[in-house]
Design a protein around this ligand. Structure first.
Ligand SMILES: Cc1cc2nc3c(=O)[nH]c(=O)nc-3n(C[C@H](O)[C@H](O)[C@H](O)COP(=O)(O)OP(=O)(O)OC[C@H]3O[C@@H](n4cnc5c(N)ncnc54)[C@H](O)[C@@H]3O)c2cc1C
Length: 315
């Protein structure tokens, strides 16, 4: 939103210069696609993680899905938006070939050849999880996809439409996705590092979430990293260990994180709500249940109740 306003102002102040509008279009189209696709699959992970409660209409998950899934269609479908986003990248790649230097989140594209020659230097999980390594890894993957796609797309003998629709559509989609995942990571990191938070604990937790995002994104497609020789034997093990570690660190924060963001439908669901009183409500509902109006069976005290306090597997 801020970028689009800045782009509009730049256009007005600079005699109709569209360069910022072009960049804003590239980011908005790519990010919209990235977000709706990630959201769609993440929502199913959420549903499955909640077991039967997630399936139940009362959980609100189905409603969120119904409300949100249309966003993959209106205001542009993913394939088309990524095609639009890609055009700006081709323009930047052309500019690099004319010795121009890119700025901001595109700076890494100036060093694509260097990135593609380097190897992952992390030898243990701590090194792997450093922001220096995560940044380099996401940049290298994006650089590989950019170079590979550009090598095909710069061929002037084939019409753009044929290249985009018939020959290299999947490469182009992958290129935009890997670039945008890096941009989102970098922007989040820059924001957290440069923002003043009132509570010192918040940036720590947000940086952890950025690490989870980065590692998960890398895990989704490691093939380019092996293809350019950046990843070698053992990298997958390091990646798996890194993911296990960040998830273990994130786990104790999951309930507060879930309840930190208000979703209207949560007022009515069984998982949590913005007032934080869902557990009291559940207890009241359980106590008022008609199951509690009949006599307690004799085996309850002897066999069932102790299982609640024995602190080990019930089966
Ligand atoms: C809930 C909802 C609200 C909407 N609100 C509005 C509104 O307020 N105003 C309005 O004007 N419109 C609105 N729309 C319409 C919406 O913008 C279009 O549905 C959308 O742009 C997709 O166009 P389409 O339905 O013609 O699908 P198509 O363009 O036929 O797309 C079908 C599939 O083909 C793919 N495809 C299409 N062209 C290509 C290509 N060249 N190469 C490769 N793949 C391709 C698409 O990615 C998609 O997967 C709304 C749609 C929905 C679902």
């Amino acid at each position: 939103m801020e970028l689009s306003e800045a782009a509009q102002k730049h256009f007005n102040d600079h005699n109709g210069d569209v360069s910022l509008i072009e960049m804003s279009h590239h980011l908005a189209a790519g990010m919209k696609t990235f977000m709706v696709q990630s959201w769609y699959f993440s929502m199913d992970e959420v549903r499955q993680s909640l077991g039967g409660a997630g399936y139940s209409l009362a959980s609100g998950i189905a409603q969120l899905w119904i409300d949100g899934s249309s966003s993959a269609t209106y205001e542009g479908t993913p394939v088309i938006l990524n095609q639009q986003s890609a055009k700006y990248l081709y323009k930047q790649l052309k500019a690099i070939e004319k010795d121009k230097t890119l700025k901001g989140v595109f700076t890494y594209m100036n060093d694509m050849q260097l990135l593609l020659k380097a190897k992952c230097s992390a030898t243990n999980v701590t090194e792997f999880l450093s922001f220096k390594n995560l940044t380099r890894t996401l940049q290298t993957r994006a650089a590989f996809n950019l170079q590979k796609t550009w090598d095909f797309f710069k061929n002037p003998k084939i019409a753009m439409k044929v290249k985009a629709n018939e020959l290299y559509a999947t490469l182009e989609q992958k290129m935009v996705r890997s670039h945008i995942s890096y941009v989102m990571y970098q922007q989040a990191l820059d924001y957290i590092l440069n923002h003043r938070f009132t509570d010192d604990k918040i940036p720590e937790l947000l940086l952890l979430m950025v690490k989870v995002f980065a590692v998960k994104q890398i895990m989704l497609d490691t093939q380019p990293l092996y293809a350019c020789g950046y990843f070698e034997r053992g990298a997958k093990k390091l990646l798996d260990e890194a993911f296990t570690l960040v998830l273990a660190e994130l786990r104790p924060h999951m309930v507060p994180l879930t309840e930190a963001f208000t979703i209207d439908a949560q007022d009515f669901n069984v998982i949590g709500n913005k007032y934080g009183d869902i557990y009291e409500l559940q207890l009241e509902t359980a106590k008022a249940s008609r199951l509690n109006r009949t006599a307690v069976p004799p085996y309850y005290e002897k066999y069932m109740k102790p299982t609640m306090t024995m602190h080990k597997a019930k089966l």
